[in-house]
Design a protein around this ligand. Structure first.
Ligand SMILES: [Zn+2]
Length: 356
């Protein structure tokens, strides 16, 4: 049986690392899996930008004056099997398709990856050209070199202080972004400006959001009130109606004993799935999600009905593609006891609406 299991838990007793950001200030942020960022070049102050937001293989990546456009928003997603990030361009299918990519010499699949080669966006596939690491270059961890995983000496570099262009794709084209051997020069250093949106996986539930159905299996009937409250808390971002079977549903609720999934220290767990198997939301879309409730812990492991509603709302967030958030003022904090809100917040809702 080739069943890939990936589930996201809301846990008990997990000491969460909290980071508080000041909104609407130019705070340079740490790199966080699934977060949306503007990526600013230290030398020029300009932002990494897909030229004209063109969503096609080979579209040039340049630097451009900050303009608030989706062309300048990127989502780094961490792949533990690679020990590195893909950097999804939000102008490509809302971050579910093309990624930052180094063009091989001569543009052929057998070409080398060398200093001076251009950076563009491309469909995922050529791993040596598409996985990057963020290496901190200052004590405050606010300045990074963005290094090619397959050759960490080669880093993302911007040329000059002006705006780039679609045709200017060499290492001496004004405003172009390419890779070069690291020297510590300021045009090889980047700062991350975090958007106040809950982190998310790059891919989506194929049903989308909007009017969706959910199903409550008989095993979870004891928790119907909490499920209903959690469901309703996502309105109006997601409008749910209850179905009598799971044939066309987006979210299915089950209850299982505490040791069936991950030992005892969990309250809820979510699997993203297509019919007959679970999927990894870092790698592809899914058509529905199963939410498990820990039948042994749910009523005694949470303090009150508000926290139970939060657990359900949190798992629904996973079901549609949200990741954990370090910020306690959102519904997606990993530890229910650190969640200071009872309903999805604007950051959580925008986390979904930015994807769908
Ligand atoms: Zn969780």
């Amino acid at each position: 049986m080739n069943k890939k299991i990936k589930y996201s838990l809301i846990v008990l007793g997990f000491l969460s690392f909290l980071i508080f950001f000041i909104p609407n200030k130019p705070v340079y942020a740490l790199v966080t899996n699934g977060q949306l960022y503007n990526i600013e070049n230290k030398g020029s102050g300009k932002y990494l930008n897909v030229n004209n937001g063109t969503d096609s293989n080979g579209a040039n990546v340049i630097q451009w004056s900050p303009d608030g456009s989706i062309e300048q928003i990127f989502r780094p997603v961490y792949y533990s099997s690679k020990g590195a990030y893909r950097i999804y361009a939000m102008c490509s299918d809302k971050g579910a398709n093309r990624v930052l990519d180094v063009l091989r010499t001569g543009g052929s699949a057998s070409g080398s990856i060398a200093s001076g080669n251009n950076v563009d966006i491309w469909s995922t596939g050529d791993d040596d050209c598409q996985y990057f690491t963020f290496v901190s270059e200052n004590l405050a961890n606010t300045e990074y070199s963005i290094r090619l995983k397959s050759n960490p000496n080669l880093v993302l570099t911007a040329y000059g202080s002006g705006n780039g262009s679609g045709a200017g794709n060499t290492s001496t084209s004004m405003g172009n972004v390419y890779i070069s051997t690291y020297t510590g020069s300021s045009n090889q250093i980047w700062r991350l400006k975090r958007l106040d949106i809950t982190p998310a996986y790059p891919y989506r539930m194929t049903k989308g959001i909007g009017n969706q159905k959910y199903y409550v299996h008989s095993s979870a009937s004891n928790f119907l009130t909490h499920i209903t409250n959690g469901i309703n808390s996502w309105s109006p971002t997601i409008q749910f109606s209850r179905a009598n079977d799971n044939s066309s549903t987006a979210i299915d609720f089950y209850a299982v004993p505490n040791d069936a999934y991950a030992g005892e220290d969990w309250l809820g767990a979510t699997n993203q799935a297509v019919p007959s198997y679970y999927v990894e939301p870092e790698l592809r879309g899914w058509s529905y999600a199963d939410v498990k409730i820990n039948s042994d812990r749910f009523l005694i492991g949470t303090n009150n009905n508000t926290q139970r509603q939060v657990v359900i709302a949190h798992e629904i967030g996973h079901g549609f593609g949200l990741m954990h958030h370090n910020v306690s003022g959102t519904i997606m904090c990993a530890n229910v006891f650190n969640v200071t809100v009872s309903t999805p917040q604007n950051e959580d809702r925008e986390g979904l609406t930015s994807k769908y």
